[in-house]
Design a protein around this ligand. Structure first.
Ligand code: SF4
Ligand code: SF4
Length: 210
């Protein structure tokens, strides 16, 4: 690319696009989107979202930082990969959607009342101690996430299913006394610590909102 072309492309990379490129997983792909709309048309949930993927990418390029980072849309991506397999430019759309959600959370801008945001937090809290999900505890924490009364009602409604799962060994009684953990919990925690260090180094290099 000639110097003149590089300068022209640079003019169209606003600050928010640069921020996404530096901080969001696979964010440097966003500039490759040609706005054909195939991803939004292929997304089974896109029509119900405020901003399907094509629109989010257009908003990033238009510098609409707050609208993008507070959007609920990327929190509802189910990782079905329909968009990825159809994108003519081969953008890793699913990863960008999750990357945007993660970045919004890091900045404290994620919509906390969004049910999938709450689910993600409960799932992570459940997983992080032992490296394996305790399904019983996860289920109970989800039943009670909207208050005690709703939690009791849902637990009672689900009691039959829970007992059935125990009976058919789809859920282990071990889960009631703490549950299983990965073989090497120390190694698992060391891996998480390393990932946090890499993340912190990246934030220090590029800044939270550079
Ligand atoms: S399918 Fe790919 S190129 Fe087309 S709008 Fe979606 S991300 Fe952009
Ligand atoms: S992976 Fe996410 S964004 Fe892509 S089509 Fe599926 S739900 Fe939609």
């Amino acid at each position: 690319m000639s110097d003149m072309n590089v300068a022209m492309v640079e003019r169209y990379r606003n600050n928010f696009l640069k921020e996404v490129e530096h901080n969001v997983e696979e964010g440097d792909w966003v500039k490759m989107c040609m706005q054909c709309g195939v991803c939004s048309g292929s997304c089974p949930l896109g029509p119900y979202w405020d901003h399907p993927p094509q629109e989010l990418f257009m908003m990033i390029r238009a510098g609409k930082r707050e609208e993008v980072l507070t959007s609920t849309s990327m929190w509802m991506c189910t990782s079905c990969y329909n968009c990825i397999v159809r994108c003519p430019r081969e953008l890793p759309i699913t990863h960008i959607m999750h990357g945007l959600a993660h970045y919004a959370k890091r900045l404290g801008l994620a919509p906390k009342e969004q049910p999938t945001f709450k689910f993600s937090q409960h799932f992570w809290n459940n997983l992080v101690k032992k490296g394996r999900v305790n399904e019983l505890k996860l289920g109970l924490s989800l039943y009670f996430m909207n208050g005690l009364v709703e939690g009791i009602k849902t637990s009672l409604n689900m009691a039959g299913i829970g007992l059935g799962m125990l009976k058919t060994k789809r859920m282990s009684p071990m889960e009631m006394i703490g549950g299983h953990s990965v073989k090497d919990t120390k190694g698992f925690h060391a891996m998480l610590k390393k990932a946090e260090e890499i993340e912190a180094a990246r934030v220090e290099k590029y800044g939270k909102g550079s």
